[in-house]
Design a protein around this ligand. Structure first.
Ligand SMILES: *Cc1c(COP(=O)(O)O)cnc(C)c1O
Length: 323
């Protein structure tokens, strides 16, 4: 098995519980895996990846960690908190809406929410005007150079933390769920930069459980990147997954107006789960994934026993346009 450096950040196993009222309404046996309750910096799926990413940064004696993302990035918030624990300075280049910059509208506020938490954490956040992903990556590279020129040992982390170690963390998360309950027919999860879906798909390879990713980016070719990530995981571990394009079940129907922009269906799904079960979702990822779950269920396209994997993101609720 892999022997990556790791530090403890999250409280695991995260809770798993049934959603009895929605199960009745939808005619399913519906459960929820609460990775919104990872117990670290307002929770969310990035805590699992960060145990390895920060472990590696510490092992490399990093003095500054640099990354980039959207202004309301959940990854940036959790990474900032992880750096606090590790005693590492943290800097990030962010843009309000890097993907949809050309027709940017309806996105989250560039204040409050995760940005407020980043400020409390003392992060060096460079809030840039909207531009392309490439220019965001360039800005992160320049920020890293700026710290290097001041003599610091800089550790750069790609957007979303989608490294093989991140996927490995979710391989283990899948094993965690397997130890908590009888097998599910399907797991429904929000999918973006890929290590969550790649790791879970790896954990369920060869089982009867389908891992159904619901896309939050309008990027039909993402599964090719998942295949590449899985191949890297194979290089670094003895898992021998050999995952192919067909191993990834990926649905692009619920992205809505674009990455980082709340969708009508996602907002309705947030209200549905809150008003039946008292559980909050987020507008950019888990709300859209839950919209997918509700819509597929309404169209008779889900099997009986389903687990929704809640990836967190709830601080973004406080940066949403008011309805
Ligand atoms: C980052 C994130 C995701 C997507 O995870 P990936 O591993 O990047 O695909 C889903 N939900 C929330 C709340 C996130 O912050």
């Amino acid at each position: 098995m892999a022997d990556f450096p790791k530090i403890d950040l999250i409280l695991s196993p995260t809770p798993l519980h049934r959603l009895p009222r929605l199960s009745d309404q939808l005619g399913l046996d519906l459960w929820i895996k609460r990775d919104d309750l990872t117990g670290f910096a307002f929770g969310g799926n990035k805590g699992r990846k960060l145990e390895y990413l920060i472990g590696e940064a510490v092992a490399q004696r990093a003095e500054v960690v640099v990354t980039c993302g959207s202004a309301q990035s959940n990854f940036v918030r959790q990474l900032a908190a992880a750096c606090s624990i590790a005693g590492i300075r943290f800097a990030a280049a962010v843009m309000p809406l890097p993907y949809e910059f050309e027709e940017a509208s309806g996105g989250l506020a560039a204040e409050g929410g995760n940005l407020l938490l980043d400020q409390i954490l003392g992060a060096d956040i460079r809030l840039l005007p909207n531009d392309t992903w490439e220019s965001l990556y360039d800005s992160a590279a320049k920020l890293a150079d700026e710290y290097r020129k001041s003599g610091k040992n800089v550790y750069e982390i790609p957007i979303g933390g989608s490294t093989p170690q991140g996927a490995y963390a979710f391989y283990q998360a899948g094993k965690e769920l397997q130890s908590q309950a009888d097998p599910f027919d399907m797991i429904v999860v929000a999918s973006s930069s890929g290590s969550t879906q790649t790791g879970l798909t790896a954990a369920y390879k060869g089982t009867a459980t389908v891992v159904q990713g619901i896309a939050c980016d309008p990027e039909p070719d993402m599964p090719d990147e998942f295949v590449a990530l899985a191949a890297k995981l194979d290089e670094l571990t003895d898992l021998n997954l050999n995952l192919k394009r067909d191993d990834f079940v990926f649905n692009l129907d619920y992205v809505g107006p674009g990455y980082g922009v709340p969708s009508e269906g996602g907002m309705a799904a947030i209200r549905t789960l809150a008003q039946t079960e008292g559980v909050f979702l987020d507008p950019i990822y888990s709300g859209k994934a839950f919209h997918g779950l509700l819509d597929l269920a309404a169209n008779g396209k889900l099997p009986k026993r389903v687990c929704f994997w809640h990836t967190g993101g709830t601080p973004a609720l406080f940066a949403m346009p008011t309805q």
